[in-house]
Design a protein around this ligand. Sequence first.
Ligand code: G3I
Length: 342
Amino acid sequence: MMMVCILAIVGGCAKDNQLICDDSQPLYDQADFPIGVAIALAPFDNNPTYRAVATQQFNRFTAENAFKAESLQPIQGLFQWEAADALVNFSAGTNKSIHGHTLIWHQQLPAWITTFEGDAEAWEQLFKTHIQTVINHFKGRVAAWDVVNEAFNEDGTLRNSIWRQKLGDGYIARAFVYAAEADPDALLFYNDFNLEFNITKRNSVLAHLDNLRKRGIKIDGIGLQMHVGIDYPEPSQIAEALRHVVSHSFRVHISELDVSVNLLGRAIEPTAALFERQADYLGKIVLHYKQIPKQYQYGITFWGVSDRDSWIPAYFGREDYPLLYDESYLPKPAYCKLVDVL
Ligand code: G3I
């Protein structure tokens, strides 16, 4: 995709003029850590532009939904690999790594799990079987996993998810043990949101994971999802979060990055000035990330390719433009800024 640095009107949309820039050189070529993107299979399979941008720009793919339990094991014991395999095979052929998201989460569970009736042993069995069957299937092809996702509340207590209710507080520890048993070479992550500014929650997560490590349990890193907005949090809070995680010797994955321009869901005007603010904000985050020692930089993953594909408008019912590409798959100022700071 060739684009010259010009002031252009983005065809077909009601946006203001936008400064666009050359995106002919892949982002990942310009970074010294992996640059990832969440892949939604519907546009990946059906929209050649989406697939082309995703393939050209990024060198790590996270399936946005295709690796979740409801997708991989919709019926007990009947694993459906086709869609995920297709993505993994495509990735192998195009030199992308795959970040496996996610093994244990309280959302996007198949009904057979949420309605499962069994004793503690039966629950343990289904929990272990899911983790180990999925990891074994992708062994050698998926080098890293979000083993547990979003297990903490905002006040730092453990979320009373179905997993905690049925398996007790020790389920996080056991998820990591089962994962490491299945693939001792895989990198294992804990992933959560708001850790970039909620110090109470971050302290709890770090204390919990430190404790597991003291017991000899392998945990390699923490995913800071980073669903942030131009007005909150302050980039300095993010810098502090990065330093804090690194001070506990965990690799850091900025795992689901998007920068909302409308956190409060107001009526907004998507002006050039707004997108410049978004670009500046993103630039600061990336510069802070570059400050952490190399060995802790697992990479930065954007939660979608273009504003057209973002989960945010549908999920929150608000107008928003949180990603690097606009709805016509043209690079936005945030993209240009990223190139500047990488
Ligand atoms: O699978 C159905 C499909 O059968 C149906 O036709 C379609 C119609 O709307 O809906 C499909 O399910 C949707 C699913 O994504 C797959 O596309 C759900 O409605 C939708 O709610 C679901 O949203 C996903 C969300 O997780 C669920 O909580 C988003 O795409 C995905 O971006 C989002 O990702 C999460 C991360 O995994 C964890 N961190 C937070 C992040 C944002 O919520």
